[in-house]
Design a protein around this ligand. Sequence first.
Ligand SMILES: *Cc1c(COP(=O)(O)O)cnc(C)c1O
Length: 365
Amino acid sequence: MAEPATARLSVDLDALAHNYAVLGREAQGAEVAPMLKSDGYGLGAAPVGKRLWAEGARTFFVARLAEGEALRAALGPTRPCQINVLDGMTPGSAPRLAAAGLTPVLTSLAQIAEASAFATQAGRPLEAILHVDTGMNRQGLTLEEARAVAQSTDRLRGLEIGLVMSHMGSASEPQNPRNAKQLEGFLEVHALFPRARASLSASAGVFLGPDYRFDLVRPGVSLYGGGPEGTPDPRLKAVATLTAPILDLRHLKPGDVVGYGESVRIDHATRAAVAGVGYSDGVIRAARSGGYVWLAGARRPLLAINMDILILDLGDADAQIDEMVEIIGPNALVDDLATAGGTVAYEVLVRLSRRAERVYVGEVQ
Ligand SMILES: *Cc1c(COP(=O)(O)O)cnc(C)c1O
């Protein structure tokens, strides 16, 4: 007998490889260093990292020390690569960073001091990255601090700064003048550390043109199928596909109220389908109004998202119990669900939970 149908998250590694190639073409010679923070945007840093290594990636970024350790262990000694940790050298983390061969992205004068002390004590140079803030006001040295570091002869003692980087706050809006301002700031940063490689752009910046690419780009969301401008981009393929079986079908008539509360009142005769997936599987509940799923060859409006089930308006289309509904995927686009839910594709992806059965499509390698 066949297995009972259930909610399933399928991660398409061939689509990931496609998106990596699209970004590589767009980056035109800049190294593409995939962002694997938050378990590879919720899709599994280990299989995603292995496949991207097979596609040629040799530099990866994560946010946390533990993410770096897990990725190093997963990639193992047969896949040499640089793993950069965005949190940097947080107090006391130096021995573990060193043990796992992780490169800290230094974000403050205190971190620089800690890294320099560690390197001096160890008696060997320590490779590190400098993160400079160019107007996002989030992480990194201020420009003044970067100038002071560049001029000082001893602050960087023991450190080899292989890369200077900054992060953009409005790159998903190509016309926003903040982009050019951040670029201007970053050009100054790069001039302060002329021997280091430079990196300014994440996914959106890759598409802003050659001025923004520098030596290395750090895309995350677009590798996983999210458009660089927060809207669907036909150049990219969906990597995550969430499907769930129809559990029940019912007729609705004008005046019927659907689900909890009375906010969903039906004004037309239609059929509703109940699918076995809900916010506990990671479907953003706020998307219940304005969101859609894909069933029987068309977009179907969502009516309700509960913990374990969602309800959709099937109209007069034909569908059967056990037929699979696509909640996120090549037809139900992650950026659309995010927009309906008042959030971003990043959050939709990282919230996909472990309850939905996971399968990987394509070679991990
Ligand atoms: C998350 C992050 C990225 C990747 O951003 P995307 O928009 O997902 O491409 C790159 N750099 C830094 C510093 C980040 O925090």
